[in-house]
Write a protein that binds this ligand. Structure first.
Ligand SMILES: Nc1ncnc2c1ncn2[C@@H]1O[C@H](COP(=O)(O)OP(=O)(O)OP(=O)(O)O)[C@@H](O)[C@H]1O
Ligand SMILES: [Mg+2]
Length: 241
């Protein structure tokens, strides 16, 4: 099994809170890996450490065979790592195309070339007809789609998605599931944090459960959702409902 991402014994403390506590993770190349867990479990912090927004207090992060633990976010991006933000961060005064073109600049020869690449990204995600719409005018479903498009724009090998289905309705969720499936089919490894469990169940080969900074368990979606510890920590209300 070739591993795209390995996280080893990672720790991050904020004052009195151990937000990530001895976390370990292995993600096989070309797979979709889900991360679930209650609010405040440390999921976004884990992504911030993998993407380089924060440095860990201890532990290691490997992208393929390469130790990226201390690299800047820009270097990690150049090595093929992209992430979305839980709260979308578009340039609201720019249209959809230029938002995505900025993400393409790193692999474009000119601004015109970046716009051409951005068109291709928008078409591949099925949102080409909104190219001229201002980001500030986009409804939530398209804002989430833009967040994914900006990450895809960098042509990543490994894509980190932080709750890209949060706040979406039924058909928007279905469209996002289909989009993630299509991105993955082009060979991109995906790690996705998600509270929308049916999406995780239908997409992820493996799921890791975080609780209070610790990895509670990892396994197939079926095994993980039947684990008594997971039901107690996270799924309790849902199972009872
Ligand atoms: N920059 C920060 N400074 C201080 N504390 C932080 C910071 N970022 C996160 N935390 C704390 O770390 C813990 C984990 O937060 P994190 O955002 O990683 O959780 P999460 O699992 O992504 O939750 P959610 O499902 O609500 O998005 C929380 O207690 C949070 O308040
Ligand atoms: Mg979060």
């Amino acid at each position: 099994m070739s591993v795209d991402l390995a996280v080893e014994n990672l720790n991050k403390r904020f004052g009195g809170i151990l937000a990530v506590n001895g976390a370990g993770l292995r993600v096989a190349s070309g797979t979709i890996h889900g991360i679930i867990g209650p609010n405040g479990a440390g999921k976004t912090t884990l992504f911030n450490l993998i993407a380089g927004s924060f440095l860990p207090d201890s532990g290691r992060i490997l992208l393929g065979a390469r130790d990226i633990t201390a690299l800047t976010p820009e270097r990690r991006c150049a090595l093929g790592l992209a992430r979305t933000f839980q709260i979308p961060r578009p340039f609201s005064g720019l249209d959809l195309l230029d938002n995505v073109a900025i993400g393409c600049l790193g692999r474009a020869r000119t601004v015109g070339h970046a716009r051409q690449l951005a068109h291709e990204v928008l078409e591949s995600l099925g949102i080409g007809r909104y190219a001229d719409t201002l980001a500030s005018a986009l409804p939530i479903g398209l804002r989430k789609m833009l967040e994914v498009a900006r990450a895809v724009a960098t042509a990543p090998k490994l894509l980190l998605l932080d709750e890209v289905m949060g706040g979406l309705h039924g058909d928007e969720v279905d469209r996002m599931i289909e989009t993630i499936r299509r991105i993955n089919a082009t060979g991109v490894t995906v790690v996705m944090i998600e509270h929308v469990l049916p999406a995780i169940m239908s997409l992820a080969a493996q799921v890791t459960v975080l609780d209070q900074g610790r990895i509670l368990c990892s396994g197939t979606p079926e095994a993980v959702t039947q684990d008594p510890a997971v039901i107690a920590a996270y799924l309790g209300d849902e199972v009872l409902a």
